[in-house]
Design a protein around this ligand. Structure first.
Ligand SMILES: C=C(O[C@@H]1C=C(C(=O)O)C=C[C@H]1O)C(=O)O
Length: 454
């Protein structure tokens, strides 16, 4: 058993301001920040990394160490952080619904997983520099969820109240964040190479090997001046990009972006997923966007691309869940540059199935690999001239009760503070056109490029 000691204190500060202020001394950084809902987790530092959460237990203490310290009380005079008697306990594997008092928050583990972790081809040296770790517990997590806003301090021994108090003071003193615009140049990737990749994909479809394959492009970005992970984070959070902002920084290198695609969310027995595939541009006016969306809804090729995803997600949920609800007709999701066909999926999970199990069963979906998934992954290993690393991987968080969520890391890039790579892809089916797909990827790339500011 690994025992985690967790202390949570309520905070009032803006989460992003607090993160920007605290992040300076920490090279390990983790963000999962849903821009539309209070599902925001921002982690700093390295407490422990574990391959599985099955043998983890935690003690969750509450209280206000700031008040204790300010009042000059000796440790132990009031319920201490990590004190079993004063806190809730739990295990990640044995989650039960709603056993926690509303103001307590189990420890939050982050998990960033590669698109194709067993691909033997080496990833670029930025992606390759990240460790292969499964569940990473930061020392500090700033949290905003349905329970409120918290500062969480995690430790492998009883949490030292002075540490909590110090971070609490820093959070309270956080100034408003500033945004930076970072000028950059994007080096063009080879159009001839794209045409050759498209041809190989269409040949594989003609030969009946796959029905769909999701090809991606990667472009090199060089900034005109140094930038930080914080600069990109602030622009993604405060800019037009819609969805969930992801960041994983390890030492000097960071992977980040803003994805619209939820892979799976689990809260107690309730599970949600999302089928997202089929794309058209946003119009210059709301009327034009609506007309483009109508065309997308009626387009057989896009509906077929979408339907492969629906079939896979419904199939997985039918196997490991019950009360599965996946509507038969998609809706439209409108983002800042593109619109997608979107079908929400809901179910109740069978007892004993964990969030990690769901993530592994669902990922990768035909929205990012193709159909059949294994055949498409194999084809991508051959066609794409690079290993995707975290691009299109499953990235998210799991808490000590086994609840959490993963998104598909789309509209992302990897950087070292001076240069990096940006990624985007699109689904190819019979009849797909190389120029149209190339331009669709250009539109999708705009999301990660918006991280560089106006
Ligand atoms: C692969 C990407 O997006 C995926 C592909 C889509 C498509 O082909 O229509 C739509 C949404 C995503 O599932 C990407 O953004 O890189």
């Amino acid at each position: 058993m690994t025992r985690i000691y967790t202390c949570n204190v309520p905070i009032e500060a803006d989460l992003v301001d607090a993160f920007c202020w605290l992040q300076k001394g920490f090279t390990d950084q983790f963000v999962y920040y849903d821009k539309a809902r209070a599902c925001r987790y921002m982690g700093l530092g390295r407490c422990i990394a574990l391959p599985s959460l099955r043998d983890v237990e935690y003690e969750c203490g509450e209280g206000s160490p700031l008040r204790e310290v300010a009042a000059g009380e000796a440790a132990g005079g009031v319920p201490a952080c990590g004190d079993v008697a004063g806190g809730a306990c739990g295990t990640a594997a044995g989650a039960t619904e709603g056993h926690m008092p509303a103001d307590e928050q189990p420890p939050v583990f982050f998990s960033f997983n590669r698109f194709d972790a067993t691909n033997p081809a080496p990833a670029d040296e930025l992606m390759a520099s990240f460790p292969h770790l499964r569940f990473m517990l930061p020392e500090i997590v700033l949290i905003e969820n349905e329970r409120g806003r918290f500062l969480q301090v995690n430790s492998l021994g009883p949490v030292y109240p002075g540490r909590v108090a110090r971070f609490q003071r820093m959070v309270a003193a956080a100034p408003a964040r500033a945004s930076e615009t970072i000028p950059f140049t994007l080096q063009p990737d080879s159009r001839a190479a794209w045409d050759a990749e498209m041809e190989a994909a269409l040949d594989a479809i003609d030969a009946g090997r796959v029905q769909k394959v999701v090809l991606s492009r990667r472009q090199r970005l060089v900034a005109e001046r140094p930038f930080s992970s914080k600069d990109l984070l602030v622009n993604l959070i405060d800019g037009d990009a819609r969805g969930t902002v992801l960041l994983y920084r390890y030492a000097d290198v960071f992977f980040c972006g803003c994805t619209p695609e939820l892979l799976v969310r689990k809260q107690g027995g309730a599970v949600e997923s999302m089928c997202l595939a089929g794309t058209c541009p946003v119009g210059a006016t709301p009327e034009e966007s609506a007309a483009l969306a109508d065309e997308l809804m009626d387009d057989g090729k896009n509906r077929a691309e979408h339907d492969y995803v629906v079939q896979l997600i419904r199939g997985v949920l039918d196997r490991v869940c019950y009360n599965v609800d996946v509507p038969t007709t998609p809706q439209i999701m409108t983002l800042s540059h593109v619109q997608h066909l979107f079908t929400p999926a809901r179910a109740r999970v069978l007892a004993g199935i964990t969030l990690a199990d769901l993530m592994e069963d669902l990922h990768p979906t035909p929205a990012v690999a193709g159909t059949p998934v294994g055949e498409a992954k194999m084809l991508l290993r051959v066609i794409e001239p690079y290993n995707r690393g975290f691009f299109a991987g499953a990235c998210g968080f799991v808490d000590g009760d086994g609840d959490g969520e993963f998104s598909v890391a789309l509209r992302t890039g990897v950087f070292d503070g001076e240069s990096g790579w940006v990624y985007a892809g699109c689904g190819i089916v019979a009849g797909s056109d190389a120029t149209a797909e190339y331009e669709e990827i250009n539109l999708k790339l705009r999301t990660i490029l918006s991280a560089f500011g106006a």
